[in-house]
Design a protein around this ligand. Structure first.
Ligand code: ATP
Length: 351
């Protein structure tokens, strides 16, 4: 029996060619999804509303049987296994708590159902509440807690059972910005300290970047890219992926002999593009002022001061570029400048 006293083993999770269709139509909620989580990894399942995130979590938790494919926990298929035998804990957007029970009773509920001794239950509950920084709240009822505190109790309630895998379905989206940040820190801290393998769903790319070791991005039920947050910024798989991660620059051109002819001049990206029409991309914050590799001249069409940085819109030939600079940069609209695109940040897209 796993309990919080015996720290749970972190498990690996593999989704193999997973597909799901609700009903008999030809609309697939997810299609051919293959994805792995390493033991102890914190992974984000990211994508816009309706892309299939919740469907994936429900299949992993055992609330939904996939139309096709397999789910392996530590290398063993769990597709036919009832949810309560999987050792997988799920936390939802709305904290699931019994309103008439104290925090203490709520957190201990799962263990008491298993017939564990009172002393052991109360020790485990105390440990779980301490882990989510709710030690002083054992005697309160849920309606005497804030939304963030309720979500912490909901987390303690699943941690107390010593899960092999933690699934979080947009668990912070009902909280205001400050609390959301606190909860992100808490989940990251729990993963770092106790090694929970965690899969969390979000539609917020910032949240995925801040929290995850690796991000899996889904559009229309299909995996678009699975990599580190840094790779999503620096080496996006497609235009659509690049755009999902915020404002970025696209420069059309024609590749020949490893360089790309564009209206900014001949540019050399970090990897040689295959011959033919290509699109280069670079993040606004990666563009540098002054001479250097991939140098070009441009006119400033707009300067927007944002406190922590200055955003400048540029025009160079028929290309518009956006660049971000430190807030103390002094530039004026209408001014002509020279800037450059460091090759290590200039990426050629495959589509
Ligand atoms: P959100 O962020 O809005 O929760 P999601 O990415 O979690 O979205 P899912 O809830 O997994 O997306 O839904 C994926 C697709 O499956 C959507 O097109 C949705 O309309 C459809 N869908 C979800 N649940 C059902 C259901 N019970 N019956 C029929 N279709 C469903």
């Amino acid at each position: 029996e796993h309990t919080i006293g015996n720290v749970p083993a972190s498990s690996s999770l593999e989704l193999l060619d997973l597909s799901h269709r609700y009903g008999r139509g030809d609309e697939w909620a997810i299609r051919g999804l293959t994805l792995g989580l390493r033991p102890g990894e914190l992974a984000a399942l990211l994508g816009p509303s309706g892309c299939g995130k919740t469907t994936v979590l429900k299949i992993v938790a055992g609330l939904l049987r996939p139309t096709g494919g397999d789910v392996l926990l530590d290398g063993v298929s769990i597709v036919g296994m009832p949810p309560e035998r999987r050792g997988i804990a799920m936390v939802f957007q709305k904290p699931l708590l019994f309103p008439h029970m104290t925090v203490d009773a709520n957190v201990g509920f799962g263990l008491r159902m298993r017939g564990i001794s009172r002393r052991e239950v109360s020790e485990n509950v105390r440990t779980a509440l301490a882990r989510v920084q709710m030690a002083g709240f054992a005697d309160r009822k849920p309606d005497e807690l804030s939304g963030g505190q309720q979500q912490r109790v909901a987390l303690a309630r699943v941690l107390v059972t010593g899960p092999r895998l933690l699934l979080l379905d947009e668990p912070f989206s009902n909280l205001d910005a400050g609390l959301r940040e606190e909860m992100r820190d808490l989940v990251k801290d729990l993963q770092g300290r106790y090694g929970y393998t965690t899969l969390f769903v979000t539609h917020d790319q910032t949240e995925a970047v801040v929290m995850a070791d690796r991000i899996a991005l889904l559009f229309d039920g299909r995996l678009q890219m699975h990599d580190s947050p840094k790779a999503f910024y620096e080496r996006p798989a497609s235009r659509r992926v690049a755009r999902f991660f915020g404002a970025t620059n696209f420069i059309p051109g024609r590749a020949k002999n490893g360089t790309v002819a564009t209206s900014l001049g001949r540019l050399r990206p970090v990897r040689p593009a295959p011959p033919g029409d290509v699109t280069l991309t670079i993040r606004p914050e990666a563009v540098r002022l002054g001479p250097g590799e991939n140098q070009f001249s441009a006119r400033i069409t707009r300067v927007t001061y944002l406190g922590t940085r200055v955003v400048c819109d540029l025009r160079a030939g028929d290309v518009r570029l956006r660049i971000e600079l430190p807030p103390q940069t002094k530039l004026r609209e209408g001014e002509s400048i020279v800037a450059h695109l460091p090759a290590e940040a200039l990426w050629s897209l495959e589509d």
